[in-house]
Design a protein around this ligand. Structure first.
Ligand SMILES: CC(C)(COP(=O)(O)OP(=O)(O)OC[C@H]1O[C@@H](n2cnc3c(N)ncnc32)[C@H](O)[C@@H]1OP(=O)(O)O)[C@@H](O)C(=O)NCCC(=O)NCCS
Length: 145
């Protein structure tokens, strides 16, 4: 069974999450996780998905408030072995509920073009022009919640 959890910054689960994000998201893109990033993530909301059978972290994401209404979702990652089983959908739905309960009315993210369809199936719409950063093409996606 899969279970969604909130993850405390600096906890053992947080270290697991950093490693998962690196393995799934950053390493394949040739990007590094620098220790200096950690400090920036203190005030972020960290969310994970656990496989209850072996208590393993199989997915995660983080959110950072932009203002009183908008919160940005970042680095959504699911362990390659568990992709396309609905974990991504469940995690984003959980994050959306967390954001709504905290009083935010809009979720924002910058999606790689390869996963735009995934976010469209979750009710996000692309907004504005596509842009490139570190050789990767992104588009802003938004969802009113
Ligand atoms: C993108 C990602 C978060 C989706 O999570 P997931 O658990 O695999 O997704 P779900 O099983 O909930 O939904 C899968 C559906 O999303 C859609 N989808 C579109 N592009 C996709 C992609 N690149 N990967 C997975 N699903 C994709 C499909 O409709 C798919 O359904 P299908 O298998 O029936 O075609 C996950 O595959 C991942 O971590 N990918 C690598 C990292 C990444 O690109 N993160 C996004 C950062 S912007």
């Amino acid at each position: 069974m899969k279970k969604m959890i909130d993850i405390d910054f600096g906890s053992e689960r947080y270290d697991e999450l950093v490693e998962l994000r690196y393995k799934v998201l950053l390493e394949p893109l040739g990007l590094k996780f620098l220790d200096s990033y950690r400090d920036k993530e203190i005030g972020y909301v960290h969310i994970g998905c656990i496989e209850s059978l072996d208590d393993k972290l199989i997915g995660g994401l983080m959110m950072v408030p932009l203002n009183n209404n908008e919160i940005r979702m970042m680095q959504v990652a699911v362990d390659t072995k568990y992709q396309r089983e609905g974990v991504g959908h469940q995690m984003v739905a959980y994050a959306e509920e967390r954001a709504k309960a905290a009083g935010y009315s809009k979720l924002i993210m910058y999606a790689m073009l390869s996963v735009v369809h995934f976010y469209e199936t979750l009710g996000f719409t692309a907004e504005g022009d596509i842009f490139e950063e570190k050789g990767i093409t992104f588009v802003k996606m938004v969802k009113n919640i």
